[in-house]
Design a protein around this ligand. Structure first.
Ligand code: C2E
Ligand code: CA
Ligand code: CA
Length: 414
């Protein structure tokens, strides 16, 4: 690649999953991991190269006069080798994963600003493609979709405390008393007000930010349950790919343990699409999570793939009929029939049914007549900020103040 001949190359090296490492092992161990990360990087750089620590889990290195792409590949391979062994201390072994973005430095780019931007784009591309490294190519930005600013802002949203959970009540279809709530994420983006999930979840999914956000949502929801003495349940949405992520098991298990929460009060909502790919591993993973005692709900039911065999094998507790059917039940005989059939089918397989998108009284009555178990929708309430939700649905005495912020993981949640 001619563009590389005898040019300086900027490498942006990131210690992956820094927040998970911090949450899992605590501040002191994280600091040791960070030092180990820096020490190994020092073994990588040559005397002429310049290494600088940028953020707690990122370093930039200027590799002087790289002869060509071949030399860069060798450097990348050496870097990988340096991190092939886990960090070990007192019998504890923690793998360190790194991701790198490379970008050539133009002589005219004295402050290396452009190279830094390009290396950051390459780093993001590496994350999205789950590769160890990527070399910047013009056009990488457009292939990645959303603007760099938006993605960076999303990456920082958790740390800056810009994410918030709203709570939408779920009520019993017959008695209309509250039985649970769904936690729905909102982003308070600086200068833009509240951004709804439809605008940023797809970007977060595409650019590898969703993992961090989801772990935050799970921990925050479980911490919230600890403050509510009532026995209502709380549900969190999880993107299908994260269901297969081994970490999810530990995030949930550890949070339930720390906050001493009855697992039956916590529900994971996964879309029906979860079953389309890697069906067996999905079933296994859902079953494993369910063994923790938590509930699994199949979200947006009716919009994806389903068959009777699917119902038979499903390790789930609840089906949420997609709002597109529920909202049109009144004028569409077809949608009415689908809702009715899904309720019967689900009950035959001992699954409970939530109808979402319930907007009018007629619909709510029909659903109760069909023996639907729970209702969720604007008729009952919109997703509400915490204070409004607590004021409307939980009596003051139920919002326990017994929780204190001194517990280590709690302080990082809000
Ligand atoms: P969802 O899981 O299907 O959530 C229900 C969505 O329907 C919510 O939109 C809610 O505000 C809206 N909704 C509730 N009742 C009604 C109704 O009666 N009529 C109408 N028209 N809409 C109603 P929201 O909060 O904008 O969330 C949109 C989607 O974003 C969610 O759809 C979910 O897929 C995703 N999402 C939200 N929070 C998270 C999260 O923490 N993690 C992940 N992975 N996805 C999330
Ligand atoms: Ca949902
Ligand atoms: Ca849904």
């Amino acid at each position: 690649m001619a563009a590389f001949e005898h040019k300086d190359v900027l490498a942006l090296v990131e210690l992956a999953e820094a927040d998970s490492l911090y949450d899992q092992h605590g501040e002191a161990v994280f600091e040791l991991l960070r030092r180990d990360f820096m020490t190994r990087l020092q073994q990588w750089v040559r005397s002429e190269d310049k290494c600088a620590s940028l953020e707690r889990n990122r370093c930039s290195v200027v590799l002087k006069s790289i002869a060509g792409i071949g030399q860069l590949e060798l450097a990348a391979a050496k870097l990988k080798r340096l991190f092939s062994k886990p960090y070990t201390e007192m019998g504890r072994s923690i793998p360190l994963t790194i991701v790198t973005g490379f970008a050539p430095v133009d002589e005219s780019d004295k402050s290396q600003e452009r190279a830094m931007r390009n290396a950051s784009t390459a780093l993001r591309a590496a994350r999205v493609k789950a590769r160890d490294y990527e070399v910047y190519q013009p056009g990488t930005e457009s292939s990645l979709g959303a603007s760099r600013e938006t993605i960076r802002a999303l990456e920082l949203a958790v740390e800056r405390g810009e994410l918030e959970l709203y709570y939408q009540p779920k009520v019993h279809a017959g008695f209309r008393n509250i039985t649970g709530a769904e936690a729905l994420i909102r982003w308070h983006r600086e200068g833009e007000g509240i951004v709804t999930p439809d605008q940023f979840i797809p970007i977060a999914e595409k650019h590898g930010v969703i993992r961090h956000m989801t772990w935050w949502a799970i921990k925050s929801a479980i911490a919230r349950l600890a403050r509510w003495e009532s026995r209502i349940s709380l549900a969190v949405n999880v993107t299908p790919t994260l269901v297969l992520d081994d970490e999810i098991y530990w995030v949930i298990r550890d949070s339930l343990e720390i906050y001493e929460i009855n697992p039956a009060c916590f529900t994971l909502e996964v879309t029906e699409g979860v079953m389309v790919e890697k069906q067996n591993s999905m079933l296994e993973q859902l079953a494993k999570l369910r063994k923790l005692g938590i509930k699994i709900a199949i979200d947006d039911f009716g919009t994806g793939f389903s068959s009777l065999a699917y119902f038979r094998d499903l390790p789930a507790d609840e089906i949420k009929i997609d709002k597109s059917f529920v909202m049109h039940m009144r004028e569409s005989a077809r949608d009415f029939a689908i809702v009715n059939a899904v309720i019967d089918l689900a009950h035959n397989f001992s699954l409970q049914v939530v109808a979402e998108g319930v907007e009018d009284e007629f619909c709510a009555r029909q659903l109760a007549d069909m023996r639907c178990d729970y209702l969720q929708g604007y008729l009952i309430d919109k997703p509400l900020p915490l204070e409004d939700f607590e004021r409307r649905y939980l009596s003051q005495s139920e919002v326990a103040q017994r929780f204190n912020a001194e517990r280590p993981s709690a302080s990082r949640l809000h």
